[in-house]
Ligand binder design. Sequence first.
Ligand code: IMP
Ligand code: MG
Length: 180
Amino acid sequence: MSSPTGVLGDLHRVLLSTEEIHARVSAMAGQIEKDYAGRLITVVALMDGALFFVADLLRQIDLPIRLVTLGASSYHGGTHSSGEVRLNWPSGVSFQEQHVLLLDDILDTGLTLAALHERLRQEAPASLRTGVLLRKNRPRAQECPVDYCGFEIGDEFVVGYGMDYQGRFRNLPCIGILRP
Ligand code: IMP
Ligand code: MG
C-alpha cells in the first residue's frame, strides 16, 4: 500500500478535474465525428500516455474506426524530454489511402508528434490529422500542426489520466501537478 490518502495524496494540486476532462473529451469526440462523417478513421494512438484519452474519446465516436497503437518515448523515465524519439513502428500495417488521425496525450517539445507525423506522411495516407488532450504553452523544439486540442496548459509537469512520472500515476482519474 502507498500513502493512506491513496494516489491523490501525492498531488500538489489538481489542474483538471475528472468532470472537466470528460466534458472536453466528449466535445472533441463530437467534433471529430462531424469532421469525419461517412469515413473510416485510422486512429494511431501513442502508448502508454494516450491510453485513457483514446479509450474515452473513441467510445464516443459513432463511426467506423481502425485502431493502431504504437509505442514512442522521448522521456526515458524523468521529467524532461531526452530529445531523442524512439518509435516502435508496427509491422504489416498499411496507412496508404487511409484517413489517419494521430493521437497523443500531450504536446510538450513537439518532437514526438513531429517525428510520427513525418513518418506517417511518408506512408501516403489520404489525410493526416493530429489530436492531443493537452498542449503545453512553451517554445517547441519542433513545430507540428495540431488539429484537435483538449486544453492549453502552462509549462508544468503533469500526471494522471494516462500520464506518468517514472511509470506511476497513470491511473489518476484527474490531471494534476506532483508535490515538489
Ligand atoms: P514531446 O516529444 O516533448 O512533445 O513529448 C511528448 C511526450 O512526452 C508525451 O507523449 C508524453 O508521454 C511525455 N510528456 C510530456 N510532457 C509530460 C508531462 O508533463 N507529464 C507526463 N508526460 C509528459
Ligand atoms: Mg507519450
